[in-house]
Design a protein around this ligand. Sequence first.
Ligand SMILES: Cc1cc2nc3c(=O)[nH]c(=O)nc-3n(C[C@H](O)[C@H](O)[C@H](O)COP(=O)(O)O)c2cc1C
Length: 403
Amino acid sequence: MSRPEWLQNPWKQNPWFESVAVAQRRAQKRLPAPVYGALVAGSERGQTIADNQAAFARLGLLPHVAGHHADRTLTRTVLGHEVSLPVLISPTGVQAVHPDGEVAVARAANNRGTLMGLSNFASKSVEEVVEACPRTFFQMYWTGDRDVMVQRMQRAQKAGAVGLIATLDWSFSMGRDWGSPEIPEKVDLKTMVRMAPKVVTKPRWLYQFGRTGQVPDLTAPNLAAPGETTGPTFFGAYYEWMTTPPPSWDDVAWMRQTWGEISGTPFLLKGVARVDDAKRAVAAGVDAISVSNHGGNNLDGTPAAIRLLHPIAGAVGDQVEVLMDGGVRRGSDVVKALALGARAVLIGRAYLWGLAANGQAGVENVLDVLRGGIDSALLGLGLSSIDELTPETLLVPDDFHVS
Ligand SMILES: Cc1cc2nc3c(=O)[nH]c(=O)nc-3n(C[C@H](O)[C@H](O)[C@H](O)COP(=O)(O)O)c2cc1C
C-alpha cells in the first residue's frame, strides 16, 4: 500500500506542519506584528479567548487498549451538504494575511471536501470565492438598512452562495489590556513608509505580496454599492456597522424569511450563547445555530463556547442543526464538541495560522491535521464513526456545563 508523501516521515523539516500550534508559531514568525496581532484579537482582559481553548483541556478521554475498529467514518451531512469531515470554515476577514486571502481558503475547503464561510468583511469577492468553492455560505452582520441588506443577499445568491450566516454577536468593545494592533485606513505610500520597520523584517510575507504586485488593500468588496467595483475601506464598513441600530428578534425573523425568499437555501444564526436565545432562534425560523462567542472577540467574560454547547444542544438540537465554534485547535477538540451535541464545528484562527504559514496548502494542512486527530481519537476510543460519539464518551467535570 502506498503512503501519502507527507507520511513518509512527517517529522522531517518541511513546509508541512504537524499541529495547529506549530502553524501558529510559523505565522507569528512570518507576519508583520500588527497583522499577527489582528488575528490573535480577543477583547478586554482576554478571559474568553483564553477559556475557549482551556475548557477543551478540562474534558478527558478514556481509551480502550484493544477491540478497535480498522475503518472509521468521519463524513456527515451538515446544512444539507455531505462533508468529508465535521469541520467547516468559519467566516473571517483575512485582508493582509496572504495575497490569495479567502480564495486560497476556499480552494482548500473545496479540495478537502468541506464548506466555506465567507465574511462580508472579506478581502475577496463572493463571486471569486464561490468559483473556488461552490459550497460557500455568505456571512452578514446586521449593517446598513434593509434595502442595502437585501441587495447584498441578492448579490450573494446570484454569485451562487448556498446559504447565509447571520452573525449578530458583536458589542463594539474597543480596548484590550495588551493594546490593539494598528490597522491603517488604507495602505498608501505614506502608510507603507511609516509601517516599513514592522514589515521589512518579514521577507516572506513581503515577497508573497510583492510577487502579485499588490499591497493589502484593506477594503471590503462584498459591501460595494450596486454598480461600484470597489467596496468601502474596512473602517468605512465598520462605521456603517456601528451606526446601524442593533437588530431585534423580529429583524432576525425578517432576515431569515428574506433570505428564504431570495435563495431558498439554509440560514445559520452564529453567536448563540444562551438557551433562551437558542429557543428564540428556533422561533425565528433558522435552520441552524452556531454556539459561539465570536472566538473571544465579543463580550469578554462569556464562558467558553464548548461549555455552553451541551445545554443548548439538549434544548433545541432536535429542531435545528447545532454547530459550535471557538477554541478548536485539534481533532480531539472536534470529537469533544461532537460528543456534547454539535453536528459539526467551525474553525477560525486554526486555518488563519495555516494560511499565514503556507497559503492554500497550509489551510489544507490544518484540515488534514484535524482529520488525523479526529480519526486517531475515534481509534483510541474504540469507535467506528463520529455518529457514535455521546456525552458518555467523555470525562466531564461536574461544573463544566453552563446555561
Ligand atoms: C481575525 C478574525 C476575524 C473574524 N472575522 C469574522 C467575521 O468577519 N465574521 C464572523 O462571523 N466572524 C468572524 N470571526 C469569528 C470567527 O468566525 C469564529 O467565530 C472564531 O474565530 C472561532 O474561534 P477560533 O478562532 O478560536 O476558532 C473572526 C475571527 C477572527 C480571529
